[in-house]
Write a protein of this length. Structure first.
Length: 249
């Protein structure tokens, strides 16, 4: 049994994946959604802090669910809240680029909603946890890209398990690393009150390990993913810490 089962019984948990060896891509929690491999077969490794397993995502690979098949992950609206948490073992990639963990975030068609990133490279940052929220779908006004994100201070190290997360409560975005708010002046927490964009029927798919941008999939994450959970509420800092403490290896 995954360690996360003991703390997963709550109405605002949309779904979570523990990437167990038996059925790694079917979510548990309140909704059973199945991830699909986007670019070739992936390997389930006998390594991870939740179920003892994890999915290995190689460069260029990703997972996804069509928007029509995961309606409860379409978290949007002016009053919307969201929490995304993940257990990752980051590995180097061949070039420097943002690294998307999971969310509904299509930059190509200006259908951004929410997404957990690493290494967003905004505001003199690199390698940190980043929680991205868009209330407009397109770029931040007067900017080339959407720059509305909470960016922590601590690099997410390679070759070791880290618990990464962000919350959005309708007023601000906050990024966490290993159970702790990774505070950084002006960028974490990041004040944001536009809510989450509603992409409608033709909005973004839910993607893991990459997002659609510049006309194709990119911003690839490389490494292992042992767990992923999405909530329709902003968890408290105490709740984030409790999840980390109860799922330590």
């Amino acid at each position: 049994m995954t360690k996360f089962n003991n703390i997963a019984n709550r109405d605002d948990l949309v779904c979570y994946w523990d990437f167990n060896a038996t059925d790694p891509y079917l979510s548990k929690g309140n909704h059973a959604y199945r991830l699909t491999e986007g670019n070739g077969d992936m390997v389930i490794r006998n390594d991870g802090p939740l179920s003892g397993s994890s999915v290995e995502i190689k460069e260029g690979q990703y997972l996804y669910i069509k928007r029509s098949e995961c309606p409860e992950l379409n978290i949007c609206g002016h009053q919307a809240q969201v929490t995304v948490i993940a257990w990752v073992k980051r590995m180097p990639k061949s070039y420097v680029q943002c690294e998307a963990i999971a969310g509904m975030w299509n930059e190509t068609e200006k259908l951004r909603q929410y997404c957990l990133f690493l290494n967003l490279r905004l505001n003199d940052s690199a390698d940190q946890v980043c929680g991205h929220i868009s209330g407009l779908g397109g770029p931040t006004p007067n900017q080339k890209w959407c720059i509305d994100a909470s960016i922590g201070a601590t690099p997410v190290l390679y070759h070791e398990w880290n618990f990464v997360a962000f919350i959005y409560d309708g007023n601000s975005i906050t990024s966490f690393i290993n159970g702790i708010p990774d505070l950084r002046p002006d960028t974490n927490p990041y004040e944001y009150q536009r809510g989450i964009f509603d992409g409608g029927i033709s909005g973004s798919d839910f993607t893991v390990g990459a997002v659609h941008r510049l006309g194709e999939m990119g911003n690839f994450f490389v490494g292992q993913l042992a767990g992923l959970a999405i909530y329709s509420k902003a968890l408290s800092a105490e709740e984030i810490l409790a999840i980390h403490q109860k799922t330590l290896m």
